[in-house]
Design a protein around this ligand. Structure first.
Ligand code: 5GP
Length: 194
């Protein structure tokens, strides 16, 4: 997605450890126009599929997921990283290890928000080693929903996540695919040298 790649080139900050900081428009301050365009693009890509629900994980997946939900006119469910006191025991859970934060979170979704009749599109902001998405897919399997596919805003294609998802036979669509970082420069998959 050209608009997104341009924005990453303009505002993305490459941090040590192959981490891209995008808190100008996605992870802290949010650009609603860009998020809406992202939602439209996810809707276009998955348009022929039946989708009844979108599943993401808090916090940064919520902005793109809610815009896709708006365009597709379906509810958006986000997995919680900490179990709130108001959440009862009827939850689906999965363990997610975060390489960026080096902690394991148990993510959970109230069972009443996912059922076997649902056709679910999973959305997240980043795909790195695939642990977050894998946890969401694990929850989908527990709920016995139809997994329509996975939509990612920024895929770091040099890490294992994409393979991990595709090896499970799950359709993956990433709007920006990063091939490598070189100093403070971002190289996208398929880009030609200027
Ligand atoms: P994974 O589970 O695929 O290894 O990592 C995905 C999660 O880690 C995303 O939900 C995102 O929050 C975080 N993450 C991974 N890599 C990056 C990165 O380069 N930049 C940012 N901002 N977050 C990242």
């Amino acid at each position: 997605m050209e608009l997104l790649e341009e924005r990453i080139r303009q505002d993305g900050l490459v941090l040590p450890g192959n981490v891209l900081k995008v808190n100008q428009f996605l992870n802290h301050q949010i650009d609603p126009q860009l998020m809406y365009a992202i939602g439209q693009e996810f809707a276009r890509l998955f348009a022929p599929e039946k989708i009844t629900k979108i599943l993401t994980v808090e916090a940064s997946g919520i902005a793109p997921a809610i815009m896709a939900g708006l365009v597709l006119n379906v509810p958006v469910v986000f997995a919680r990283k900490k179990k709130p006191s108001t959440l009862n025991d009827d939850v689906y859970t999965a363990e997610v290890y975060s390489y960026t934060k080096q902690v394991t979170n148990t993510i959970s979704v109230d069972q009443k928000f996912l059922s076997a009749t649902d056709h679910v599109l999973v959305i997240d902001d980043f795909l790195a080693n695939g642990q977050a998405v894998n946890g969401l897919l694990e929850i989908c399997r527990q709920a016995q929903v139809q997994i329509v596919g996975v939509g990612i805003v920024v895929e770091k294609s040099f890490q294992e996540g994409a393979k991990l998802i595709k090896d499970q036979g799950v359709r993956l669509e990433s709007l920006a695919r990063i091939a490598s970082f070189e100093g403070d420069k971002v190289h996208f998959v398929g880009e030609t040298d200027e």
